[in-house]
Design a binder for this molecule. Structure first.
Ligand SMILES: Cc1cc2nc3c(=O)[nH]c(=O)nc-3n(C[C@H](O)[C@H](O)[C@H](O)COP(=O)(O)OP(=O)(O)OC[C@H]3O[C@@H](n4cnc5c(N)ncnc54)[C@H](O)[C@@H]3O)c2cc1C
Length: 347
């Protein structure tokens, strides 16, 4: 398999990972961004897309999703690639010369070679919550059990059970109602935490007979040998258990933040975060940097603007690693003619 080579491999496509691409791009460095979520934007997009942020310098207010969109617009001129739905699992040193480099392996088995690694992993990777009381539901992973929708086609003409009471469960019930053969939405009570408008759409589909709403039910058991063939559902009030047939189960119970494999990479940690210096924001291992919420140093604040400062300084060292012996060029963006050309700006 071909390994992709890059100057900087960034673990985490939150705001700080995205701004790293900008600072790296100014210095002519290319980047690969990897995130185990199915979307770009880290906490901003996953946890509070519609909340306004007031402390981005020079921007009076912007919703978190608008902030992510603006960061994406800002990095358009630069050379980067994004890989979503993949968790970085392993980091191996592949040369022990003065300037070492790294081989990075993801959960999908992809390999990358990078001169520098930037861990911009926030509070760790977001992991889907598993159904409670079910022993090892992952034994059926991709064999009838899913925690996100990577491709709607997977559910075409299938008998689908969706579990959950939030936005994702409601959104996907509505979205997949035309694709699946049948949909049952299962929730422990007849109240939902999602957008009222989407809940109304879901209830309309129930009235039209396109969706069956099963409340108040909880999952009791998975049925199947190699593949899921159904579930046992317990009525939360009567405690009666019934068997329901299904081809696909989609559990949308929200996300947990987990440090995940980061704690196995041999880096010095404090308070479940990665210790860094405040000159280069380098970890205890040369060539591995930690920026944004994931790092720890005296006075650290978990704010986006602090992450931007950290990564700006860390990228200086990444430049030295990719261009040994060269002075890091310094210039204001106001006089960066190359950038202006790429953006099509003329006087
Ligand atoms: C409700 C709320 C309101 C907030 N309001 C503000 C505010 O007003 N102003 C402000 O400055 N800050 C605010 N914050 C904090 C701000 O969102 C964080 O400081 C910011 O998101 C940190 O950015 P980051 O890029 O470091 O990490 P994150 O945004 O956490 O992104 C990290 C990404 O890394 C991924 N990742 C982790 N491990 C791996 C791995 N092994 N492989 C692949 N991917 C991985 C994660 O899935 C995640 O997507 C708020 C936070 C919350 C929850």
């Amino acid at each position: 398999m071909m390994k992709k080579e890059t100057d900087i491999l960034i673990i985490g496509a939150g705001p700080v990972g995205l701004f790293t691409v900008f600072e790296a791009g100014l210095l002519g460095l290319d980047c690969v961004l990897i995130d185990n979520l199915d979307k770009i934007g880290g906490q901003c997009s996953e946890l509070y897309p519609e909340k306004p942020i007031y402390d981005i310098p020079g921007v009076a207010n912007q919703t978190a999703q608008e902030h992510v969109d603006a960061l994406l617009e800002q990095i358009k001129p630069f050379d980067y690639e994004v890989f979503l739905n993949e968790r970085v699992e392993k980091i191996d040193e592949i040369s022990e010369e003065d300037i070492n480099s790294w081989k990075v392996t993801t959960s999908e088995g992809k390999e990358f070679i990078a001169k520098s690694i930037f861990i911009a992993a926030g509070a760790g990777s977001f992991e889907p919550r598993r159904p409670p009381n079910i022993e090892n539901p992952d034994r059926f992973l991709e064999q009838g059990v899913s925690y996100s929708v990577r491709s709607k086609e997977k559910f075409r003409d299938k008998n689908l059970l969706i579990f959950g009471g939030g936005d994702s469960a409601l959104d996907w019930t509505v979205e997949l109602s035309d694709i699946a053969k049948s949909i049952k939405l299962v929730h422990r009570r007849d109240e939902f935490r999602g957008a009222p408008n989407t809940e109304a759409q879901m209830r309309e589909l129930v009235n039209e007979g396109k969706v069956e709403l099963k409340t108040p039910y909880v999952i009791e058991n998975l049925i199947g040998k190699e593949k899921v063939t159904g579930v046992e559902l317990k009525n939360f009030e009567t405690k009666v258990i019934e068997e329901v047939q299904a081809d696909e189960l989609l559990f949308l119970f929200g996300l947990n933040k987990k440090l995940g494999p980061i704690s196995e990479w041999g880096l010095d940690m404090s308070n479940k975060k990665i210790s860094v210096d405040t000159e280069k924001f380098e970890t205890s291992t040369k060539g591995i940097f930690a920026v944004g919420d994931i790092n720890d140093y005296p006075g650290k604040l978990d704010l986006i603007l602090c992450g931007f400062h950290e990564t700006t300084l860390a990228v200086q060292e990444a430049y030295r690693r990719s261009n040994p012996g060269e002075r890091v060029p310094f210039g204001y963006t106001t006089s960066n003619t190359k950038l202006q050309k790429k953006l099509g700006v003329t006087d």
